[in-house]
Design a protein around this ligand. Structure first.
Ligand SMILES: Nc1ncnc2c1ncn2[C@@H]1O[C@H](COP(=O)(O)OP(=O)(O)O)[C@@H](O)[C@H]1O
Ligand SMILES: [Mg+2]
Length: 283
């Protein structure tokens, strides 16, 4: 990865920041949902979804269970095609899985190979990319250091805590050097302290790498804490209302702080706004 590392905290995360231009070519592509509708089993799951993700933007998605969050993520992988409308990245229609796009699932246990060590699991992604053997060890060590697993390289997944297993899944995704990282409730199964630690690690890593992130969560605080923007999806959109109920810019400086940020008036204001909105629309 030749992404230039910009010290954290020097600038707020903005789509126009130089860090973004410094990231790999794939990272500089805008993702555009253009009036996307999706019907599954005769039901409208996603209706008239229209939005743009800027390169390097961290977009969080909230909404009640069953509103189509995971489906939205699957649309971005190209595994599911819109019934009407189009999804493009850099002006090109997303037509199928791409190495540029990595997915972190909530269920880290199933995402890891139990018979491979921590290093072996990361190696898998490098092998898939045909990275020469002599380069792999260095890259693995670098990735494990980044996610705080350097001293666990020879352990097996079953010997790791949930938080560590999730770190490993993230390291394996980053090995792919994705321009786009899709995360589906990745911290939902973790305890509060582990979750907060991982929030900060992921925020720091994607900041450093200029990765565009779509992050699904049902935790409004987590969405505001992590996002440059939070979008709220409507349950049962029907055919006359868009799935996209709200798109809220989170104008809070980075790096964010688990205590100070969550006490900022702007954080509390946004939290209230989103909470009221969800209460009103998701009865
Ligand atoms: N392959 C499918 N066929 C039919 N319905 C589906 C399929 N996949 C998802 N759905 C339905 O689409 C809706 C949205 O699902 P999903 O995206 O998983 O919601 P969320 O992640 O927000 O909880 C649900 O009602 C679900 O039952
Ligand atoms: Mg889901």
């Amino acid at each position: 990865m030749n992404a230039q590392v910009v010290p954290l905290g020097q600038q707020p995360r903005q789509a126009s920041s130089p860090r973004r231009q410094a990231a790999g070519a794939g990272a500089s592509k805008q993702i555009r949902f253009d009036r996307v509708c999706l019907d599954l089993g005769g039901r409208r799951i996603i209706n008239d979804l229209d939005f743009v993700m800027e390169p390097g933007e961290f977009v969080c998605v909230v909404g009640p269970s069953g509103c189509g969050k995971t489906t939205l993520l699957r649309l971005l992988t190209g595994l599911v095609k819109p019934s009407t409308g189009a999804i493009t990245r850099g002006g090109v229609e997303i037509s199928g899985p791409s190495r540029d796009v990595a997915i972190v699932f909530q269920d880290y246990g199933k995402a890891l190979l139990p018979w491979r060590t921590v290093a072996g699991n990361v190696s898998l992604a490098l092998e898939a990319m045909a990275v020469p053997k002599e380069e792999r060890a260095g890259r693995i060590a670098d990735l494990l250091r980044k996610v705080g697993l350097a001293s666990h390289a020879e352990k097996y997944p079953s010997q790791l805590s949930g938080g560590m297993q999730q770190r490993l899944q993230i390291a394996r995704c980053l090995a792919q050097e994705p321009a786009v990282l899709l995360m589906d409730e990745p911290f939902g199964a973790l305890d509060a302290m582990t979750r907060q630690g991982l929030q900060d690690e992921v925020a720091g890593l994607v900041e450093e790498l200029g990765t565009t992130v779509l992050f699904i969560t049902h935790d409004l605080d987590e969405a505001i804490y992590l996002g440059d923007r939070v979008i709220a999806l409507r349950a049962n959109p029907g055919r006359d209302s868009s799935s996209l109920a709200q798109s809220i810019a989170i104008d809070i400086a980075r790096p964010r702080d688990q205590l100070a940020t969550r006490e900022e008036p702007e954080f509390l204001r946004l939290r209230r706004h989103l909470f009221d909105f969800i209460q009103e629309h998701h009865k």
